[in-house]
Unconditional design. Structure first.
Lengths: 509, 256
């Protein structure tokens, strides 16, 4: 029998919660047969490994001794994974501070809260490792298949990086609390998490645009300019890369370093978690600037009231903004490419059309989910003297308005270079955005806005239909720039996807 | 279709709704214009289900509902125009200020801008929300949120106010304030139908009380009439309520 309040007792408690959370994530909150979930997992493993094989098999050169190009490619990939892990870890740490959940119960009990926080920091490292391993496993397995078992050491590097990412996040968040206070830390940490998650990918793409005029991030790793600026083969900087490639002493050092950082974060961070969590809980809530902004909120009609409400709620939610920001940040490279084209360097404008359409579909899907499923006062809206049709129309207009604000200037810029490309992008954005909104309407379910991150889990059919439809419309847009008639094929396929989604939608069933 | 009687603020005829089991079963009741009507009943009696059907949030399996002669089931938009609904869980937006929330609700009900502003200012004053008017709702206490929700319900000047457990989470001062506002609305000709578990509130405020049990209206009338229906020896409303809804009286409705 475990002693109540001990580290092991808290670990058991956390494991039980994490397991149920994980089960919910896999089943989407519905009861499913075990073999259905297993079948889905097997399909996922086969698909991701197949994809990794197709990508890596053509490159070759993984079996022999590593040259500098391979070192840079592996190192760049590790930094890419590291930035994603750091982003996830920062979000997890911020959530641990601000999500009230059971914190008040535990902090008000006689149990030593630092034990719980020690377990929670460890659990974060575990969950970040698990996520990173799931993402990295196909590439590592294929590399081991093509280049020998030594590549399996990369698993250890991923775990070490996850431990380091959590340690850095805990230290950063505590430093932010000290420096700028509990109130601003949440906003800064959430936006930082979004920016860190996207910045490396975007940075590499920007360099790729500058160096070769493409959006491929692989190009930059192979360019002479990058290779010349990298440290020598013998440098300590390559230690994680050497470890990933099967250098066991290097792997031992990397793992030990990660474990040491995590242990230090637990030792010094856990005792401070309690006081910081209390500080986060007692943050005095924001007071709107009197006068101007409230004065502007004067809806004249039900439709206007609903549209303005949606926009205002989104603008005032830093977490949702950071989630949307992540999508918008990925538009920076194409926007940069657009600005280069504007100065007449002869790139094809058609390259931007699918990027815009795809991003617009994704953005519209997110906004539509917030407006339709994430309504915080459904009874108020339902009891208002407004027809359901008018409510949905106003919400769709709010989504369209948001998409227009983001993409309007970009499409205008594109149209100035090539009016036909601008027109195709405009039509594609409208259609892809409308399609994503329709999918969200058909699969609507009343949930809290705070579950935005889990919207993909609640209905996999909706997620799949929304993504596939956006991809097909993006393809149709790209093809339309070359041949309008051939674009009908992906367009018709997209309509089939929408039709399928409608047939399978719960509201229709 | 059951016959709908006009002139009443609310007229319910043979209303029924089942989920796994019947929640409301053949309910008929009438609330007069300008009347304060309170629905009492144990948990699961069907009170909230009834009110949600009246406000158009649930579709009944059978029966008829009319609000000031407007059939809720066939002309819900017109019926909603004269009604307001306040649930036990305040339906407000965390990231709007109380003032913005009131403007939003006024916009939903199509109240013109100048009127909305005047009423919002007035309600903010009445309900003692001036200090929090520019503060986002996420930081407000449960009682204050409930007052904001009530202000939202009143901003379009409804003729029928429907409240489900409006005193949940309110402190004594706030509860008195809300009672005073509701009394003032009734004095101005508004009708109120309210559910509550606080029997003292029902006794003091209601013109008539309806007692529901297992989806049926088991008794209805003034406090004195209910005492008569329960039988001799029941001095307080609590005794009367327990007698009316207790095991000895759950086998059939008591005639009003």
């Amino acid at each position: 029998m475990m002693q109540a309040g001990s580290v092991a007792w808290f670990a058991q408690h956390e494991t039980r919660l994490a397991w149920r959370d994980w089960a919910w994530l896999l089943s989407g909150g519905r009861r499913r047969r075990r073999y259905t979930i297993m079948l889905g997992l097997v399909a996922f493993v086969v698909f991701t490994h197949g994809f990794a094989y197709l990508t890596l098999a053509s490159l070759g050169g993984f079996a022999g001794p590593a040259d500098k190009t391979l070192l840079v490619a592996v190192g760049g990939t590790l930094v890419l994974y590291g930035s994603l892990m750091l982003s996830q870890a920062m979000e997890a740490v911020t959530r641990a501070f601000y999500a009230r959940g059971d914190l008040e119960l535990i902090l008000s009990s006689s149990a030593r809260a630092e034990r719980l926080f020690a377990v929670r920091i460890g659990a974060m490292a575990l969950s970040i490792s698990a996520m990173a391993l799931v993402l990295a496993a196909p590439a590592i397995d294929v590399l081991a298949w093509l280049g020998g078992a030594r590549w399996l050491a990369a698993y250890g590097v991923v775990v070490a990086m996850a431990m380091s990412a959590v340690a850095i996040s805990v230290s950063l968040t505590i430093a932010l609390f000290r420096a700028i206070g509990a109130k601003r830390t949440r906003l800064v940490a959430q936006i930082a998490a979004a920016v860190i998650g996207a910045s490396f990918v975007i940075g590499v793409q920007l360099v790729a645009i500058l160096s070769a005029g493409t959006l491929s991030r692989a190009v930059v790793f192979q360019s002479a300019a990058v290779l010349d600026h990298m440290p020598d083969r013998e440098s300590w900087w390559w230690l994680p890369v050497e470890a990933a490639m099967g250098n066991w002493p290097a792997l031992t050092v990397v793992l030990a370093l990660g474990a040491l950082l995590l242990a230090a974060a637990i030792r010094f961070g856990a005792p401070r978690f309690g006081e910081l969590a209390l500080a986060a809980g007692s943050v005095s809530h924001a007071v709107a600037r009197p006068g101007k902004r409230t004065a502007r909120f004067r809806p004249r009609s039900p439709g206007q009231a609903l549209r303005h409400k949606e926009w205002r709620l989104l603008l005032r939610d830093p977490w949702l903004m950071s989630q949307s920001l992540m999508q918008l940040l990925y538009l920076l490279p194409p926007f940069f490419l657009l600005s280069r084209m504007f100065y007449g360097e002869g790139y094809s404008a058609a390259l931007l059309i699918p990027v815009f359409i795809m991003a617009a579909g994704q953005l519209a899907g997110g906004l539509a989910w917030l407006a339709i499923s994430g309504e915080d006062a459904p009874d108020l809206i339902a009891s208002a003297p407004v027809t359901a049709g008018r409510v949905w129309r106003a919400k769709a207009e709010a989504v369209a308005g948001g998409v227009a604000i983001v993409f309007g200037p970009m499409v205008a810029g594109l149209a100035m270079i090539d009016w036909r490309a601008g027109l195709i992008a405009l039509c594609g954005i409208a259609i892809a955005g409308g399609a994503a909104t329709l999918v969200q309407y058909w699969f609507r379910a009343q949930v809290k806005r705070s579950l935005f991150r889990r919207r993909h889990v609640s209905s996999r059919i909706a997620t799949f239909a929304e993504a596939l439809s956006s991809i097909l419309w993006a393809g149709a847009g790209a093809i339309a720039a070359v041949n309008l008639w051939v674009a009908i094929v992906p367009g018709v396929l997209a309509l089939f996807v929408l039709g399928g989604a409608w047939v399978l939608s719960p509201k229709r069933a | 279709m059951p016959e709908i009687i006009h002139q009443a603020a609310l007229e319910i005829r043979d209303l029924a709704k089942s989920f796994d089991r019947p929640a409301v079963d053949g309910l008929s009741l009438q609330v007069r214009a300008g009347e304060f009507y309170t629905l009492l009943g144990p948990n699961g009696a069907g009170k909230t289900t009834t009110l949600r059907m009246v406000t158009g949030l649930l579709k009944p399996d059978r029966g008829g509902i009319a609000v000031f002669g407007i059939d809720v089931l066939t002309d819900s938009v017109a019926a909603k125009q004269v009604m307001a609904w306040v649930s036990d869980e305040p339906m407000i937006y965390d990231r709007l200020t109380p003032l913005e929330y009131l403007y939003f609700v006024a916009g939903l009900w199509g109240v013109d801008q100048a009127t909305a502003e005047a009423r919002a200012e007035q309600l903010i004053g009445w309900l003692g929300l001036a200090a929090q008017a520019q503060e986002r709702c996420e930081g407000l206490s449960k009682g204050t949120r409930q007052k904001v929700a009530l202000a939202g319900a009143l901003v379009h000047e409804p003729r029928l106010i429907i409240l489900d457990e409006p005193f949940t989470g309110l402190d004594a001062a706030s509860a008195r304030l809300v009672k005073n506002v509701l009394r003032e609305r009734v004095a101005a000709g508004c009708s109120v139908i309210m559910t509550t578990h606080i029997l003292e509130v029902a006794e003091r405020m209601a013109d008539r009380i309806g007692v529901m049990c297992d989806g049926h209206l088991v008794a209805e009338g003034t406090f004195d009439e209910l005492r008569l229906q329960a039988g001799a020896g029941y001095a307080t409303l609590e005794d009367t309520f327990l007698a009316l809804t207790g095991s000895e009286t759950t086998h059939g409705p008591i005639a009003a």
